[in-house]
Each structure stands twice: as structure tokens, then as C-alpha cells.
Design a binder for this molecule. Structure first.
Ligand SMILES: Cc1ncc(COP(=O)(O)O)c(C=O)c1O
Length: 422
């Protein structure tokens, strides 16, 4: 055990998870490359928080120059903050025309649920049966994708997200859609019968914790329509899928041709600087605002806003959303080739630069242990990635968006080697 690991355990406790059997200790990074404490370099095929690349000079400059000028809580006028709000809202459907800034994805989802609960006068929440949206009390009670002591609350109903390349493979797509939506109808009826009614459906547009499920066409729109008919709101959690991650479109929900009632953001928004937000229509804010004296000390302060602006500038100037689409397509083509070489792999999953495939055992069952061997084998070849899914059986590739041809080739060679050993 390294000294840092022992000291971490002695101070932070041993419960906060670390990746890998032998955790990595990074000391610096630039672009797509991380350097560890021994001076070894690793290609980053995993981290979406440094969305525009590690230590991007324009982001670093934004932190330094605004930090040197003014950083203060949010109850004074500041044009940086307003400029950022304007620039961000320009990226949304015109119906979504207000933003509230926060410091994390959890805080954003907690606030969105509060707004939806007050709007609907209901308490019931619909959630996928294998998902994660954050760590507050309210979110612990809707967590289904990892262990919480609270367990799922009485006001929560879980729905199984269909997966045409997973549990629903081989079934007729229209039939999968119909049975999945019937399950949603049942969940809504159950919330109504229990007196909770429906406040919100909170969903990740790429269904990442679920393992990047391939949905039947019309699923997200169908659930949203049912939730709205029951008086609830649809909250798109863009913490994973936002800011160009899914390629071609800036937001994950746009892939489903819907406009959600609320959008929540976090991780990539500040490229590592803690920044999150909730985007919503003016009508919802005008309902919530007068009822609650809400302010957020750090959320969207001048430095955070300068960072947020720099991230948007880089995404635009380096054409990173188009790169996410282009490189993502190439990565999936390579994954299809790997699947032809290694029969225990499923078809490529995901959109843009959120990609993966299922790893099976030799009898075709999802195999989390084998996926772990692949992840460790790739790490031994100096590339970092991870795994997701109900059985931790889906390889998770989600690099900073400047990931290009050269990096894809390195990733695929590392995977080929690791798959050969797995
Ligand atoms: C989809 C999703 N929503 C929300 C969160 C919580 O974000 P944070 O850790 O910034 O509170 C996460 C974190 O992994 C997430 O994946």
C-alpha cells in the first residue's frame, strides 16, 4: 500500500471508492494525458469532467484572471455571471429560458426535484431501476444503482429501462416499447393509488448507469407524455450526457427529440471546477421564486462563471461537439471489429464519445469479472477507462472530447491486448 493510500484511509476513511486493485495516483495532466507519481503517462479514455481536456490553458487562464480580479458570493450584480447565463441559455430550446446555478450534479437534481414537487403538489418520483443521480437525502431515496442505507422511498416507483442490445435483445421493437410503456402506466397508477401522485420522472438521457441501454424509438417521448398527463414533470439529468458528450447534439435529451421540463447539469460544465445548474422555463421559476427565499453562496460566482464561459468558448472554437460525433463513430466502428474478433463481446453501445460494449462469459451471460479483467488489462497498457451496467459488465469509454484518431488507435490496441488476455 502506498503511503498516500494509507494516509487517505486513516483520514478520509476506507469507504470512499478508488478505481483499480492498485489505485492510480496522478500528479499532473495535460489534454488527454495523465502522469502518475512514478512519472508514467496514461491516456485518458474515461474522464468526462475535464470535458475540453485536462488543464486546458483557456480554462486555467479564466480561473486565474477572474480569481485575481474578483471572486465573491452571488448576491451582488456581476456581468460575468449574467453573460454566462445568456450564453448557456442560448444552447437550449427557447422554452427553457431561465437558469439557477449550483455547485454539483447532486445539488442540481435536489433542487429540480424540489421545484417539481412544489409545482405538482405531488410527492411521487419515477426513476429507472438501475440509476444514480446524486448523494443528498432526497436523492439517496431514489438511488437504485448503488447501495444506500435509506433504500428506495415509499414515494418512489422504479421502471426497467428497455435495452434492445441487452435484456430485450431479439424481441420485436414495437412490442418492447409497448410493454415498457405499460410498465410506466402501472407505476404511475401505483403512485396515484398510494396517494403520492406524480411529481417527476428523473432520467439520464444516455441511461449510462444502466449500461448505455439501446432504447426502442419513442420510449423517452412516451414516458414523458405519460408523466405530464399525470401532472408530473420530466427532468433530464444532463450531468453525464450534456456539453457535447453524445455528439452531433449539444444535449443528450435532443437525441430523443423532446424538450424536458427541467434540465440539470454538473460534471463537465466547469471542466473540473465545481459548477452545476438547473435550466427551466420562466413559468416554473416564477412559481418557485416567490415561495422560497433561495440563494446559493458559491453557485455561479464570478470565477465559476468565467470558467463556464471558457468551457463554452473552447467547445465552440475547437469544434468539439463535431469531434465527439466523428471520433465516437470511429471508436464504435473499431468496437464492431473487436466484437468480430472476440465473440464474447456485444455490439457497440452509446452515442458520441460515450461508448462501450457488453462483455459476456463463454456461455453468453453478462460477465462483470471478465470486464474487470479487461479494465485492469487496459490499465496495464497505460490507458484508463471503466465499466458500468447492472452487472458492471459494460465497458465504459468516455474521454475528454478532444479525443481523436491517434488516441482511438492507442485505445483500441490496448483493448485488443487486454481482451486477448481476458
Ligand atoms: C447522472 C448523474 N447525475 C448526478 C450525479 C451526481 O453528481 P455530483 O457527483 O456532481 O453530485 C452523477 C454522478 O456521478 C451522475 O452520474
Amino acid at each position: 500500500m502506498t503511503d498516500t493510500r494509507a494516509r487517505r484511509s486513516a483520514t478520509l476513511g476506507p469507504y470512499s471508492p478508488l478505481f483499480y486493485d492498485e489505485p492510480l495516483e496522478f500528479v499532473s495532466a495535460s489534454g488527454l494525458w495523465l502522469t502518475d507519481v512514478r512519472g508514467e503517462r496514461y491516456l485518458d479514455a474515461y474522464n468526462n469532467v475535464p470535458n475540453v481536456g485536462h488543464t486546458h490553458p483557456r480554462v486555467v487562464e479564466a480561473i486565474a484572471s477572474q480569481g485575481a480580479r474578483l471572486n465573491i458570493h452571488t448576491r451582488y450584480l456581476n456581468d460575468r455571471v449574467v453573460e454566462y447565463a445568456e450564453r448557456l441559455l442560448d444552447l437550449f430550446d427557447p422554452a427553457l429560458d431561465r437558469v439557477m446555478f449550483t455547485n454539483s450534479g447532486s445539488e442540481s437534481n435536489d433542487l429540480a426535484l424540489r421545484i417539481a414537487t412544489q409545482h405538482s403538489g405531488a410527492r411521487g418520483i419515477l426513476i429507472s431501476d438501475f440509476s444514480y443521480h446524486g448523494h443528498t437525502q432526497a436523492l439517496a431515496e431514489i438511488t437504485t444503482g448503488l447501495r444506500t442505507f435509506e433504500g428506495v422511498g415509499a414515494h418512489v416507483r422504479t421502471i426497467r429501462v428497455p435495452d434492445l442490445d441487452g435484456a430485450d435483445a431479439g424481441r420485436d421493437e414495437a412490442e418492447v416499447l409497448a410493454s415498457s410503456l405499460a410498465e410506466v402506466d402501472e407505476a404511475i397508477a401505483s403512485l396515484q393509488a398510494a396517494g403520492f401522485s406524480v411529481a417527476a420522472w428523473l432520467f439520464d438521457p444516455v441511461f449510462s448507469t444502466e449500461g448505455l441501454a439501446r432504447l426502442p424509438a419513442g420510449y423517452v417521448g412516451g414516458v414523458l407524455q405519460r408523466v405530464r398527463a399525470a401532472g408530473g414533470l420530466g427532468i433530464a439529468d444532463e450531468v453525464q450526457s450534456g456539453f457535447g458528450r453524445t455528439g452531433s447534439r449539444f444535449w443528450g435529451h435532443q437525441q430523443h427529440d423532446i424538450v424536458p421540463d427541467l434540465v440539470t447539469m454538473g460534471k463537465p460544465m466547469g471542466n473540473g471546477h465545481p459548477l452545476g445548474g438547473v435550466v427551466l422555463p420562466a413559468a416554473l421559476l416564477d412559481e418557485f421564486g416567490p415561495r422560497n427565499m433561495y440563494f446559493n453562496t458559491f453557485g455561479g460566482n464570478p470565477v465559476s462563471s468565467a470558467v463556464g464561459l471558457a468551457v463554452l468558448d473552447v467547445l465552440r472554437d475547437e469544434d468539439l461537439v463535431a469531434n465527439s460525433e466523428r471520433t465516437g463513430r470511429r471508436v464504435r466502428e473499431e468496437f464492431a471489429r473487436l466484437a468480430a474478433e472476440f465473440p464474447f463481446l456485444g455490439p457497440p453501445r452509446g452515442a458520441g464519445l460515450f461508448a462501450g460494449f457488453t462483455v459476456h462469459d463463454d456461455d453468453g451471460r453478462p460477465d462483470g469479472a471478465r470486464t474487470k479483467r479487461v479494465v485492469e488489462g487496459v490499465k496495464a497498457r497505460h490507458v484508463v477507462l471503466s465499466r458500468i451496467g447492472r452487472h458492471d459488465e459494460v465497458l465504459k469509454v468516455r474521454p475528454p472530447l478532444p479525443f481523436g484518431t491517434e488516441e482511438s488507435a492507442i485505445l483500441v490496441e490496448a483493448l485488443r491486448g487486454a481482451l486477448g488476455d481476458a
